[in-house]
Design a binder for this molecule. Structure first.
Ligand code: KG4
Ligand code: ZN
Length: 433
């Protein structure tokens, strides 16, 4: 009885919508609901577009570092289901990611996380168009868990497999949340990566610069650990970067001065090791002054957090500024309203975003950032990258024989030497953040 009444509701709803379309047409009004709206509408009646209209739906799986994540996303960018298990709290206690521990946690959680994402989506696995999984770059042991689980699933469900480059996924996430056309400039700043690239297509990147040593998130994690922020009552469960951002709000960034790294190198490369070492020295000096041991929280921890965050932001802005000028000089980006996308865990930092906004305002560009939860690792970005690749017909595998994960893998064509040779001088910006 209930099924019949539900069916009648669906049918009457559709008849109503179709008659509205006809009415609008006859009245001379062109009422054209977006594809996304139509699918949302159909889903409200428990209609699943995947089955009814052979609409593209991808399951995305991410295990490249310390998050086990999965999501089901459709071709209009609707997130049908998602689930994530973060290992942050475990790794905070061990003072950094221990690869074997990360691997075991991925093994313990992957089945449940994928099942949760699929159940939340209310679609049958047989309705998936493909399974997309991060296979590069990342921690070997972590990548291995996601890949072997995915290949098993691909075999069971007889679905195409789409191998995903983690950084490509971070770069394209913005096209799920905003209407952004190619080309655009992307700044990817996370715990494992730091790069500037021109995105010309789904899998068409020009690498303009990268970190010569560690990534900014790694630097922040190390500084947070050295400051023992896990013992600070307000930050005990936060990632290092998040803890620094939180504490920096209470600090004075003028308390001491650190010179931004690579000041004289006229390229778009980054460096964060020097900043970490100078900060460590400063912490040791403060410990002596305050008469405390390493492992206790300094009273000046907030000032140190504010200074390191500000110096990092200025360094990131300077390199990005040069990348904008280079792309405009070579007509790789439009002169006006070029788009700068910032993503990756460190791009969820609002101080960094405000610093980048000063830059985009000064260069007639538009800054776009995914919401913080889509800046850090997640399954949605992997599923969306799968949709982008399905639409472009790129890298869809029907035969998974010989597929391997790759812990190291560059993104795009490296033109950073050419950028350095251009030696573009960057005008000074007033960084009043
Ligand atoms: O993108 P992500 O989740 O993983 C990688 O691919 O690395 O980034 C994690 C990194 C960590 O280093 C974390 O400390 C940093 O992003 N992070 C932040 C913030 N939230 C996370 N850094 C600065 N400010 C934040 N609010
Ligand atoms: Zn990431």
């Amino acid at each position: 009885m209930q099924i019949i009444s539900c069916f009648c509701n669906c049918v009457s709803g559709i008849i109503y919508r179709v008659s509205m379309l006809i009415l609008n047409k006859t009245a001379g009004v062109f009422f054209k609901p977006s594809k996304r709206k139509v699918y949302e509408f159909l889903r409200s009646f428990n209609f699943h577009p995947g089955t009814q209209f052979l609409h593209k739906i991808v399951l995305g799986i991410e295990t490249s570092c310390d998050d086990t994540a999965a999501a089901v996303v459709d071709e209009t960018g609707n997130v049908l289901g998602e689930a994530i298990h973060s290992q942050t709290e475990v790794h905070l206690k061990t003072g950094g990611i221990v690869p074997a521990v990360a691997q075991q946690l991925h093994r313990d959680n992957i089945q449940r996380i994928v099942q949760e994402a699929l159940s939340a989506s209310r679609i049958s696995p047989s309705d998936l168009s493909a399974i997309a999984t991060t296979i590069k770059p990342g921690l070997a042991l972590s990548l291995g868990v996601g890949l072997s689980f995915s290949l098993q699933l691909v075999g069971q469900l007889k679905k195409p497999f789409i191998p995903i480059h983690h950084m490509e996924a971070h770069a394209l996430t913005i096209r799920l949340t905003n209407k952004v056309e190619f080309p655009f400039l992307v700044l990817l700043i996370s715990g494992g990566h730091c790069l500037l690239a021109l995105v010309q297509g789904v899998s068409d990147f020009l690498l303009l610069g990268k970190s010569l040593d560690i990534a900014p998130g790694d630097m922040l994690d190390k500084v947070a650990r050295r400051l023992s922020l896990i013992k600070h009552p307000e930050c005990s469960t936060m990632s290092g970067g998040k803890a620094i951002e939180h504490l920096a709000k209470q600090g004075n960034r003028f308390h001491f001065d650190i010179k931004p790294p690579l000041h004289h190198a006229k390229n778009c490369d980054f460096s964060f090791t020097g900043l970490q070492q100078v900060t460590n020295k400063r912490i040791m000096k403060k410990e002596k002054e305050e008469g405390i041991e390493e492992g206790q929280v300094l009273s000046s921890a907030a000032d140190i957090a504010a200074t390191v965050q500000h110096t990092m932001a200025c360094h990131i802005v300077k390199r990005t500024h040069r990348a904008i000028l280079f792309c405009k000089q070579r007509d790789l980006l439009p002169q006006n309203n070029a788009v700068l996308v910032a993503s990756g865990g460190v791009a969820s930092n609002f101080y960094v975003r405000r610093a980048l906004e000063i830059l985009t305002n000064a260069t007639q560009c538009t800054l776009l950032c995914p919401p913080p939860r889509l800046c850090t690792d997640n399954g949605i970005m992997i599923a969306w990258n799968g949709i982008e690749r399905l639409r472009a017909g790129l890298g869809i595998l029907h035969d998974i024989e010989g597929i391997r994960y790759e812990p190291k893998c560059p993104l795009g064509v490296d033109i950073s030497k050419e950028v350095g040779e251009a030696a573009i001088k960057v005008p000074q910006l007033k960084m009043e953040i």
